[in-house]
Design a binder for this molecule. Sequence first.
Ligand SMILES: Cc1cc2nc3c(=O)[nH]c(=O)nc-3n(C[C@H](O)[C@H](O)[C@H](O)COP(=O)(O)O)c2cc1C
Length: 236
Amino acid sequence: MKGTLCILLAATVMCCLAACGSTQPAPAAQPQQTQTPAPTQTEQTPPPAEPSPQTAPETSAPPAEPAPETPAPLPETSGKEVLVVVFSVTGTTKGVADKIAALEDADLYEIRAAQEYTSADLSWHDSKSRTTLEQNDKALRPEIGSDPISLEGYTTVYIGYPIWWGEEPRIMDTFVESYDFDGITVIPFCTSGSSGIGRSGKNLAENAGSGTWLDGKRFGAGVSETELQSWIDSLK
Ligand SMILES: Cc1cc2nc3c(=O)[nH]c(=O)nc-3n(C[C@H](O)[C@H](O)[C@H](O)COP(=O)(O)O)c2cc1C
């Protein structure tokens, strides 16, 4: 019995010793990954470089070609054969032009000065006013501001203007020198306070240098459609 107890005691001591061995202090702790906060994505890797022109992937769209410069398209022709061209600052000649265009079922084209005429410009009492200076210089060619027109398809062109100092305004010379009237019958007409058409039609024909020019006619502001129609008929 005593011997059995001794064996049991010895076994117990052995077990205790074995158990104590498992509770030995752990080795000095190594830094564990979980102990330090994991670096964020941005800290881990630099942000992707902006694609430079040299490193752009081959699949990226090629840089847009600069649009080729194309001239502004001319307005399409209406199919009409008669055109009424008019320059009018205070509206009188425009009123006559509208009537001719209606009677002739014609297109209308208005000449506008690039620099509009002011009432001071129109003063004929002022020897230094714009119109006085322009009319005193036969070589002067005021710039036209309205879009150019194609004369293609027109066989007859009426050209209307006010009389300034007994002649056509210089901008009318700018107009006729800018176009080719070959194959076109050109008919001048004008309005005025009282003066006749004078040499203005002939001046325009000479400066144009092309086209078949008929004698023109002067009208007053209140000319009727009947009077205009009989004039139109007399031209044919
Ligand atoms: C600068 C200037 C000069 C003019 N010269 C004359 C002229 O020599 N003879 C005439 O009868 N009328 C003359 N006038 C009057 C215009 O011919 C007339 O008012 C015309 O009908 C105006 O046309 P519009 O309203 O289409 O611009 C002149 C007008 C201006 C502004």
